[in-house]
Design a protein around this ligand. Sequence first.
Ligand SMILES: NC(=O)c1ccc[n+]([C@@H]2O[C@H](COP(=O)([O-])OP(=O)(O)OC[C@H]3O[C@@H](n4cnc5c(N)ncnc54)[C@H](OP(=O)(O)O)[C@@H]3O)[C@@H](O)[C@H]2O)c1
Length: 304
Amino acid sequence: MEVAEVTAYGGPEVLRLAERPDPSPAPGEVVVRIRATDVNPTDVGLRAGQHPMARQLEPPYVPGWDLAGEVTAVGSEVSGYAPGDRVVGMIPFGRIGGRVGAYAQAAAVDPAWLAPMASDIDDPTAATLPLNALTARQALDLIALPAESTLLVTGASGAVGGFAVQLAARDGYRVLAQASTDDEDWVASLGATEVLPRSTDLATIGPVDAVLDAVPLGPSSTASLRDGGIAIFTRPPGAEPDRDLRFETIFVQTDPDALRSLATDLAEGRLRSRIAEVLPLAQAARAHELNEAGGLRGKVVLTP
Ligand SMILES: NC(=O)c1ccc[n+]([C@@H]2O[C@H](COP(=O)([O-])OP(=O)(O)OC[C@H]3O[C@@H](n4cnc5c(N)ncnc54)[C@H](OP(=O)(O)O)[C@@H]3O)[C@@H](O)[C@H]2O)c1
């Protein structure tokens, strides 16, 4: 099968196509023919050698967390999946030390990383869901405040922030959502109570009960928090709070039940996602360049 591998830590050009043996399922695994994966900031940071995992993971390796495709083989001791089933999934790339990646035509995976995907959602759209919607869901579960509480979401034009706005609005929060430049209409359409232009001084809003700092901006995102408030960061903030606040960092976990629920939300139109560009796997380097340049309105998707 064809994969895109990171051949050394460096710029996007270190991503090259390679041939690897077709995977076969060990007991307790299924093989998925991957039809789409997407590029996430963690893929880019690791490839550049800027992620702590770079100290342990020796190139060449196949990157990639998210996958959408179909089951082609089922190992012994697996129930619930059969060849031909459409699935989405999140490879817990960090937790398994980069042993399996999604920039590949196929992968042997633990079925607990997967959920069924309805046939009316295309593979590129499905592939944008798992990592970032699970992160948003798990961050909101950490916040766990009563309905009507006020939540600031930074980076709401991005993947984690966009899912967080939609899920938080449905949970009953008053959501103040920070949009990227000229992207206010999209963020408003996700159900934000109030859309904040990117230029907004976050110290001038609120007070808010919680911050989901998806960008992440770090402790500077918390100026609007009331005393006793909670901030969830998507990367360790590197500082302790200097007043009565709670700081937590989210580290996404696989969760088949939550993923199944999110996949149903996507299929039934309760969650929306957007795609900036769909490229063949051979253009993985180009996909990383686009991600690094920023300013995207949606994910860059690769179709292996
Ligand atoms: N810890 C975990 O488990 C976990 C899981 C998933 C993701 N993450 C992390 O979460 C972060 C967001 O991921 P993502 O996939 O949502 O990325 P994304 O789709 O690229 O979204 C990031 C958003 O933040 C905006 N942004 C960047 N700098 C900003 C700034 N200074 N002020 C305001 N907005 C800014 C970007 O807008 P422009 O492009 O227009 O600048 C973009 O819309 C990444 O750091 C990722 O690695 C962590």
